[in-house]
Design a protein around this ligand. Structure first.
Ligand code: IMP
Ligand code: MG
Length: 173
């Protein structure tokens, strides 16, 4: 297993997070955001993002995991659901990375079924060329090519989430 040098440095990440947070703060002036982090992957991005947002905000979390059996079908399991009431709230879903889009699409539909006043999606990384299901993304940190990345919350086999930067992961030596 090889972890390459930073693909996105801590400084690049935090600069971009600040830009996203300013953009979000602007869009939600006079509103109260229900920020929903999708765990585990989004925990680091989520905590940096909400710290930089300067409008009233409530946090909640969903724990989800996707089991991708082939390239085109995925099965998503929800281990922990929202505790906050969603109806009539301005929900901001926060995810680490969108690949096929299956995970985010399913979670989006679950939340929409509970009649939020609005629902927007913020993702840190977008692997656009891998998309199978179309999901509307409102705020995107970085578009990346089809490479497997770890760090800043993202894992390989539940490891490397604690790296303070994003690195490309290669399975071979
Ligand atoms: P999707 O349902 O195919 O969009 O998969 C999204 C999920 O797959 C993310 O929430 C991540 O947990 C995982 N994932 C996809 N690409 C990567 C990657 O490059 N590194 C780490 N996890 C990834
Ligand atoms: Mg994830």
């Amino acid at each position: 297993m090889v972890i390459g040098k930073p693909f996105l440095t801590t400084e690049q990440i935090l600069d971009r997070v600040k830009e996203l947070a300013d953009w979000i703060s602007n869009d939600y002036v006079d509103k109260n955001i229900l920020a929903v982090g999708i765990l585990k992957g989004a925990f680091m991005f989520f905590s940096d993002l909400v710290r930089a947002i300067n409008v009233p905000l409530t946090v909640d979390f969903i724990i989800a995991s996707s089991y991708v059996k082939t390239d085109t079908t995925g099965e998503v399991k929800i281990y922990h659901d929202l505790r906050e009431e969603v109806s009539d709230r301005d929900v901001l879903l926060v995810e680490d990375i969108v690949d096929s889009g299956i995970t985010l699409n399913l979670i989006r539909e679950r939340i929409l079924a509970r009649s939020p006043r609005s629902l927007k999606i913020c993702v840190f990384l977008d692997k656009k060329e891998r998309r199978v299901v179309d999901v509307p993304l409102d705020y995107v940190g970085f578009e990346i090519p089809n490479v497997f990345v770890v760090g800043y919350g993202l894992d390989y086999d539940n490891k490397f989430r604690n790296l303070p930067y994003i690195a490309i992961f290669k399975k071979s030596v």
